[in-house]
Design a protein around this ligand. Structure first.
Ligand SMILES: [Zn+2]
Length: 205
């Protein structure tokens, strides 16, 4: 692709680093930005810059937050003995949308996936296990997607904590295998949380 401007070329190159955005789409977006009022493009750039610089990960649950302890963890109305284990922030958002859950979360930041070179130590698993060892968590609800990686991760965590005084459950598999949590509708997901089943019994299915 030949550019008449180095500035244009740089913007297109940066934009095309985003997933699913090829060079042609990047060019279309950049030209759109050139046509719209300058303030709008600068507003976008500022929002991205501020987000990247100032965003935090909750020191307790690793959820994305503006402050050190996220709104959910610092809410005294939440049941802190109950921890829902999720892959990323999208799952927290999906479950919060159901209004069916009043416990806390623990965001792992991914799933164990040897194929992708992701092992247990690449994820926020140790801090979760510590919450159980310290007696802070009385129930863990596994809410990872029902994929092989999700099952492996659940099982790995379960093995670490099974000797401690904690009840483990998994959200009922109303969500079909391979579906991501974020795509489940709110009623189905809410019902899955209410009707969660003991983790041990899910192993025998
Ligand atoms: Zn938190």
């Amino acid at each position: 692709m030949e550019f008449s401007s180095k500035l244009l070329e740089r913007a297109v190159n940066e934009m095309s680093q985003l997933p699913g955005i090829g060079k042609r789409t990047a060019l279309r977006l950049v030209l759109h930005m050139l046509r719209q009022p300058k303030e709008q493009t600068i507003g976008l750039a500022e929002a991205l810059k501020t987000m990247r610089n100032d965003i935090k990960f909750c020191k307790s649950c690793n959820n994305i937050s503006d402050v050190a302890l996220c709104e959910i963890c610092s809410n005294p109305g939440r049941n802190e003995a109950m921890i829902c284990v999720v892959e990323d922030v999208r799952d927290v958002m999906a479950i919060e949308n159901t209004s069916s859950y009043k416990g806390l979360y623990h965001v792992l930041g991914g799933k164990i996936s040897p194929m992708d070179g992701i092992g247990p130590h690449d994820l926020n698993i140790e801090s979760l296990v510590n919450k159980v060892k310290e007696g802070k968590a009385k129930e863990l609800i596994f809410a990872l997607s029902s994929t092989m990686e999700g099952d492996t991760t659940n099982f790995y965590i379960y093995k670490q904590i099974q000797d401690y005084d904690v009840f483990t459950s998994t959200i009922a598999r109303g969500i079909s295998v391979g579906d991501e949590l974020e795509y489940a509708d709110e009623i189905t997901l809410g019902r899955s949380i209410v009707n969660r089943i003991p983790f041990e019994s899910s192993l025998k299915l």
